[in-house]
Design a protein around this ligand. Structure first.
Ligand code: ATP
Ligand code: MG
Ligand code: MG
Ligand code: MG
Length: 482
């Protein structure tokens, strides 16, 4: 079927939540919190850095993460990952983009990560396998890092042809977050847009014909301040796939700017400028320069909108200064090349908002879908319990409330809301007793759940609602017939 950006995002999240029991986590703001090594959030893993380093606050919710999935707003316009100079010149680097990612923190590793990615791309998104190439780390003598032969074998066992599995060195297949921070060998998936015989030669060659779409990083080291590598306390998986690039593949386009994330914006630019309509050229000709200006303005207006919404304003230092440069580039291209009037840039913001709001709607939809069947089930349990109770009872049985809470992810305040029309409330005292009892017995067996009892009890006492959906599926390679 026809893929919209919303459907692509949703399919990704649901594949990992429903088939591989990952927990969906919201995007962090693009302004990094408490990490001076970063100007902007440049990858999905940034917010999970404390888990990777083994220093997450054990009382935080994050400490219980084992498998998570998300779509992260990223900006690559400064620091180690800086794509500002490519933007507009090519059709697949943006300063702002969304990164779809799945993580395993000390849970599954290489085999499962590769199998899940392959299954998602070829069976769920139905991308033809012969158009996909993978790269793996060829090792680095200078750093004493071995070649990742294990990953090569995994791809071969998943059915890839040997000439589609290619070795690359530090620059392409050893991923690092910044000058310091978590890092490790990676394996990447590239898409051949053309179907040419020499596609393998175009992998990692800056060609618009063969474009990298997904990076699977096997986090094993931390790059220290002195440049050395220290082994991390546990092996983790960190993946990132550009939503815009995947969408281009799934919509059968050759350029990210020809997808539904950009076409409305390019028409809006056309409408407020005095330039000919966008025609997708990249050559160094007059028409090419006009199209480049379209791409720069479209990209930069997205970045400006997202950054300002997240509290980064154009200014004089750090990220603020970068944003000021981005704004000034956009002004210059819209004025001098597209001949747009003063005020044109700001007039594009509603179009950007309209496009990106679909991401917010998706998050709500995914969360709604996760809870809907539990809500129906819980409603039945509540009605059945009420029908057996005295008409003038005021306390709803603690055991039932506790079970709704534990097994179906009902926040206790929600149960109270549902009982309001019957002038009833949950027996709070009873629930507290049950929570305390469970805390003593449960401990060890509960590790597999998303949240341990201590943080559960803590959240309860603070009245913070949470989901506690029990795992529906467990991952095994056999299940997928691979
Ligand atoms: P490239 O080699 O194309 O510059 P990368 O190797 O720098 O990409 P990673 O750091 O591996 O990218 O990020 C993971 C994924 O995020 C990439 O595979 C790609 O799909 C996407 N991505 C990276 N940079 C950009 C960008 N500037 N614009 C859009 N998508 C991007
Ligand atoms: Mg790059
Ligand atoms: Mg790359
Ligand atoms: Mg990469």
């Amino acid at each position: 079927g026809q893929y919209t950006s919303q459907k692509v995002r949703r399919t990704f999240i649901e594949f990992f939540t429903e088939q591989h029991r990952h927990r969906a986590v919201p995007s962090a703001p693009v302004r990094p919190r408490g990490d001076p090594s970063l100007l902007f959030v440049n990858a999905g893993m940034n917010q999970f850095k404390p888990i990777l380093l083994g220093c997450a606050d054990p009382r935080s919710e994050m400490a219980s993460y084992q498998r998570v999935v998300n779509s992260q707003k990223c900006v690559r316009a400064g620091g180690k990952h800086n794509d500002l100079d490519d933007v507009g010149r090519d059709v697949y680097h943006h300063t702002f983009f969304e990164m779809l990612g799945n993580w395993s923190f000390g849970d599954y590793f290489k085999v499962e990560a590769c199998a899940m990615a392959w299954h998602l791309l070829t069976e769920v998104y139905e991308i033809p396998a012969e158009r996909l190439y993978v790269s793996y780390f060829s090792g680095d003598a200078a750093s004493g890092l071995p070649a990742d032969e294990e990953t090569r074998h995994i791809w071969l066992s998943l059915g890839l042809r040997p000439d589609h599995v290619l070795p690359f060195g530090m620059k392409d297949n050893f991923w690092e977050m910044g000058e310091t921070g978590p890092c490790g060998p990676c394996t990447e998936i590239h898409y051949d847009h053309v179907g040419t015989r020499n596609a393998a030669a175009l992998v990692n060659a800056d060609s618009p014909d063969v474009v990298e779409i997904w990076n699977l990083v096997f986090m094993q080291y931390n790059r220290e301040g002195d440049g050395g590598l220290r082994a991390l306390p546990q092996c983790s998986v960190d993946t990132g796939m550009g939503l815009e690039r995947l969408l281009t593949v799934l919509q059968g386009k050759r350029s990210n700017y020809d997808t539904d994330l950009f076409t409305p914006l390019l028409s809006a630019i056309h409408q407020c400028s005095r330039a000919p309509a966008y025609s997708g050229r990249t050559e160094q000709t007059d028409a090419g320069r006009v199209d480049m200006a379209y791409r720069v303005v479209a990209d930069h207006v997205r970045t400006l909108s997202v950054c300002i919404a997240d509290g980064v304003y154009p200014g004089m230092t750090g990220a603020e200064l970068v944003l000021r440069r981005i704004l000034r580039r956009a002004v210059r291209f819209s004025t001098e090349v597209l001949h747009a009037p003063e005020g044109a840039l700001a007039s594009l913001v509603p179009t950007v908002a309209h496009i990106l709001v679909s991401g917010i709607m998706e998050i709500i939809n995914v969360n709604e879908a996760q809870f809907l069947s539990s809500l129906k089930q819980g409603r039945r349990v509540i009605d059945r319990t009420l029908s057996k109770m005295d008409r003038d009872a005021v306390n709803f049985p603690a055991a039932v409330a506790w079970s709704l809470h534990r097994n179906l992810g009902f926040p206790l305040d929600l149960i109270d809301l549902m009982l309001e029309e019957r002038n009833m409330a949950v027996d709070k005292h009873g629930v507290e007793q049950l929570a305390a009892e469970q805390e003593q017995v449960g401990g060890a067996e509960e590790r597999g759940l998303h949240m341990d009892l201590q943080s559960l009890a803590e959240l309860q006492s603070r009245g913070v609602p949470h989901t506690n959906d029990s795992p529906k599926y467990s991952y095994s390679l056999q299940h997928n017939g691979t």
